[in-house]
Write a protein of this length. Sequence first.
Length: 491
Amino acid sequence: MENQLIIYNTLSREKEVFKPLVEGKVGLYVCGPTVYSNSHLGHARPFIFFDLLYRYLMFLGYKVRYVRNITDVGHLENEADESGEDKISKKARVEQLEPMEVVQKYMNTFHQNMTQLNVLPPSIEPRASGHIIEQLEFIDSILEKGYAYEANGSVYFDVEKYNGEYHYGKLSGRDLENIKTNTRRLEGQEEKKNAFDFALWKKASPSHIMRWPSKWSNGFPGWHLECSVMSAKYLGDVFDIHGGGMDLAFPHHECEIAQATAKKGKGPARYWMHNNMITINGQKMARSLGNFITLDELFTGEHAILEKAYSPMTIRFFVLQAHYRSTIDFSNEALQASEKGLERLMTAVETLEKLPVASESTVDVSALKEKCFAALNDDLNSPIAIANLFEGVKMINSVKTGHEKISAKDLEELKGFIHTMVFDILGLKEEQPADSEENKILSGTIDLLLNVRMEAKKNKDWATADKIRDELNALGVEIKDTKDGFEWSLR
RNA sequence: GGUUCCUUGGCCGAGUGGCUAGGCGGCGGUCUGCAAAACCGUAUACGGCGGUUCGAAUCCGCCAGGAACCUCCA
């Protein structure tokens, strides 16, 4: 099969043919969440997109080790709150909880949200707090190489020194001169040689709760270190793909490259992939901007902006309907369009199971397959793949209505393809509620009413028939009459 | 201010130097007791101004508007 995957590499700013370091195996690292609050829609995008990548790589036959970290220490607060304490401990004080209690709480919700979105768990989900020793060792070796210095109990990366031999800024297309003129001088950073130096180890202030002993001070690791450490530990000093949001390219990923290169003379990843942002009213959705909607709010509809609740699969489909390197703009209208489209797709998947076969086909299943895979091979172009999938929907419905014919062999191929595409690769799933006792009673009741309606129809008692249909409709039960009976579904 | 990028039909969103993206919505038709669903058909487009070209929405320039990053951020 000509499945040549091409991906856009931020490092080269070009699409490149993907060739793993070791044939048949892929090492994938994606920056995971900082678990200090509920995940919002903006967070869902990278995890859904990289889930698609993970699934597609596996479909292509690669054995993938997918590492996605949990940041449960560190990430410094901004200067506004004077102390440089980390986000997690700040939140903990507010809520009067142990830091690790906060971490656990939001990690649990994160996992729950990911399950709802049908995002597969990664192969390894390492936590920063579990790799303090490795981070200390990493700092030691950067110090030994002379690319870091200690100041007042903290350790900083010496960007200027590093840039003398390597290029700091190669990922985000900057050079040091440019960074120098544009880096703000922040308060409380006098101990740094240069404003653009970043912390490898930060001495904890007295109020800081999360802290670990080290030879320099009681403190905590710098924001960028954990990813360097954990990716190297589980994937090696050089691995295949590193992913994350575009907003992480600078400085986070740039610093990761610097740290790895300072230690080993080579950068951590060969391909860097960055997903674009979800916007709302044209502006990036971000916690700091206060314009975010959490996933739980989306699923329940409990947010002033939301006209209704949107199911996890609607969100997933919405995200996949845009290319990962484009922004997607959130709106109720857009979500509802996705919801309807998804319903149409899933209905066709059901219809597929009861299609009549003919001796010969008038449809071209192979061409459809090729177009879909060609789209995915071209930098994971899920919107094109989905557009083609709707060609498949049309094909299915046309066979159903008799406008087209399909042979038994082609039908088998089509079934296999649609299932692979929809469930395995795009990661969509049926969202019908499980067959609980309550549901059995409900469906029995609806069947009963609709059988009564059938009687009424037989007697040409249209008033009664319509009354039943209209009132069930008002309650959210959609009714479709068929030649020999009826079908219904819950809206 | 610096770096990078975007501007497509009512909405969301692909894409290519000449050939229908797709979804949702609209309109007309088929089917139906009427609907719904489905099917068939159909309309609405490439921010503005120049340039290159036989031909540009797609390449170049300028202008306008917007965004991301430069600071925690998916």
